[in-house]
Design a protein around this ligand. Structure first.
Ligand SMILES: [Fe+2]
Length: 272
């Protein structure tokens, strides 16, 4: 793909690209927006260094890509419910350390998220992403065909515990195991070890064996990119084509990130 207003440097063949030549605090024009959008779909996760955004500018950038998600329970950054703070320190240790795509238990999981580094430990606290396109394309034709006919259930109660009150929801959803990307049409694996509970219509032992095989397959290093954060770095990932995990190796140091999350659509499978 040819880019005219931004520079795109691929980090790995499977996924990940560093974007430069753009100041996201400014109102980006339509051409630049389209190029960032295309770079995201093509590379599945894109990175920016040395960006200086106010919370409003962070949200404005996100809104170019869709409506913003407000977390139903977690409070946002002060005055900005659309900005989710992810914070760890000596008292509170938080890291989503298992592979997942965000809230795949929702009927319409997020399209993607824009994560902005505010405070970082001296070292550590990297994030990893895995390409679900590359993982799908690494399977044999027979396995691709077999998985393409399946659906899986995704839940959240096993992660967050039983609901504490009426408002406290624990969504579940059934999605195709192989998801077609709505923009590129590429196929990708859409089950993950955090939210997926079972493959529909199978005995538990069958479902477990297939899911464990997929999770081991996803763990192949050639499908991964690992990002070393700097303060003011941004990672923007496509939740439809990637999974990610946060490395929990820096406690009790402090790490604070701000996340803007873009609403998504219902996953589907369409044969090529
Ligand atoms: Fe996540």
């Amino acid at each position: 793909m040819a880019y005219e207003t931004i520079k795109v440097r691929k980090l790995n063949p499977a996924l990940g690209a560093m974007i430069s030549g753009v100041d996201l605090s400014q109102d980006i024009g339509n051409q630049t927006f389209q190029e960032i959008h295309d770079a995201l779909v093509e590379n599945q996760v894109i990175f920016f260094r040395d960006q200086h955004l106010t919370p409003d500018q962070h949200k404005d950038f996100g809104r170019r890509f869709g409506t913003l998600h407000v977390h139903p329970v977690a409070p946002g950054v002060e005055g900005h419910p659309e900005i989710l703070p992810l914070h760890s320190d000596a008292k509170k240790q938080y890291a989503a350390a298992a592979w997942h795509s965000d809230v795949s238990c929702d009927q319409e999981p997020n399209m993607g998220a824009i994560l902005y580094a505010k405070v970082l430990p001296d070292c550590g606290g990297d994030t990893m992403w895995a390409s679900m396109h590359a993982a799908y394309e690494g399977l044999s034709d027979k396995m691709q065909h077999f998985l393409s006919g399946l659906e899986a259930e995704h839940g959240s109660e096993h992660i967050f515990g039983p609901p504490k009150n009426e408002k406290d929801k624990r969504p579940t959803a059934i999605h195709p195991v192989i998801r077609t990307h709505p923009v590129s049409g590429r196929q990708g694996i859409f089950v993950n070890s955090s939210f997926t509970t079972r493959i529909v219509g199978m005995k538990p032992r069958e479902s477990d064996a297939i899911l464990q095989f997929i999770y081991r397959h996803i763990d192949t290093p050639e499908y991964h990119v690992r990002f070393q954060w700097e303060v003011n770095s941004i990672a923007f990932w496509d939740n439809r084509s990637t999974q990610h995990r946060a490395l929990a190796d820096y406690f009790p140091q402090t790490r604070t990130m701000h996340r803007v999350t873009i609403n998504g659509d219902k996953p589907f499978y369409r044969p090529n």
